[in-house]
Design a protein around this ligand. Sequence first.
Ligand code: CMX
Length: 435
Amino acid sequence: TTDLKAAVAAKIPEEQDRLKAIKKEHGGKVLGAVTVEQAIGGMRGIPSMLWETSLLDPEEGIRFRGHSIPDLQEKLPKAKAGGEPIPEGLLWLLLTGEVPTQDQAKSVTEMLRERSKLPDHVYKVLSDTHPDTHPMTQLCTAVLALQVDSKFAKAYSQGIHKTKYWEPVFEDSMDLIAKLPTIAATIYRNTYKGGKLIEDDAGLDWGASLSHKMGYSDEGPLEMMRLYQTIHADHEGGNVSAHATHLVGSALSDPYLCFAAGMTGLAGPLHGLANQEVLRWLNNVREQVGDDVTKEQLSEFVWATLKSGKVVPGFGHAVLRKTDPRYTCQRGFAQRHMPDYPLFKLVSMLYEVVPDILTQTGKVKNPYPNVDAHSGVLLQFYGMTEENFYTVLFGVSRSLGVLSQGVWSRALGLPIERPKSLTMQAVLDRVAAQE
Ligand code: CMX
């Protein structure tokens, strides 16, 4: 079939049976103990959530439905031969577990295009926001404004049977994914280009159309945006944006409400906002030393950042312990398309300088670069110089992963989340009871 919803529907019974069997046969078995350190330390490493669309290996990085990023660059359908994958193909994979054919990916492009029109009131909400409103805040505002059209919220209020939840959740998720490029481009044009919007080009795929509507229609930025939107989609379930979406969705809040929750989390500087912070940091270096910075000068900058009690943005990770494959993939794109670009050279030099220094601090568990260390370079090269906007691009892509999982969370009947919290005294009491 080329019908995405039908392809998902066909998978649901077997996956429901699989989960039922796992619960029945293994429900009482232990996945891992929880130490006091983990309870205090941001629940790091506690296996406590189901997430089907992707899994993160600390050494190898993310796998989407079992496929690594280099794998997918080869296997996923492309807009042009030898080019970058289109994110619609990844959406099919995330939702169905199968790598799509060219026709299946094309049908997703068409399905999203049919749903892409933004209601007038959302344009109005966006043009009425205070001009200094951060683009991520504008994104959340627009998503919440769309919630009035939620098919799930309506179906729930009309008493839909719980076995059918996934269907309106699927509809809302596709509607929202379809509209996000227009929302993002409108935020961009309003904030930086005097509100002059650009007509869509009906011949373009979902990711390329975002670049086009922002005002960048050459082959270079179109291909870059396809890749960008593919690799930022999902990073298993525990990161702040995915977990926030999942948590809020578990209360049966509709996809608009839970995606907005995810995006307020992505807007934090330790998570998605790091791509903006990286650019600021790089610009600061260039302003003070120029483009011909030496390794020694760069080291001084890194040490000064650490000594002033700040993090080096774009480096480190809560789970990964090697260079992020999403970094490597963007580096490959830069090597192919902008090998002599001074900012790329600067970022490459950072790769040589920062890991040693972070290792010397003796506390950073992963001194290597993450996805956010590189994305700004690609955007800058094609003229998208407004770094405060970068996290919105991350957010558009993240919708593919977290909303796909949302469909499956409802299809599998996952319950409301409610982990146990403790006071310090309760921690001490539990420890004492064991001694
Ligand atoms: N620069 C300076 N210090 C760092 C650091 C960095 N890049 N990465 C980690 N550390 C510090 C931590 O702040 C922590 O210090 P304290 O003990 O003084 O509190 C210590 O090293 C140990 O931290 P960790 O266990 O290695 O890392 P965490 O799991 O706690 O945090 C992360 C992970 C990503 C928040 C952290 O590495 C960081 O702040 N990096 C910079 C921001 C960034 O790039 N975020 C984007 C991540 C990718 C994404 O989500 O988009």
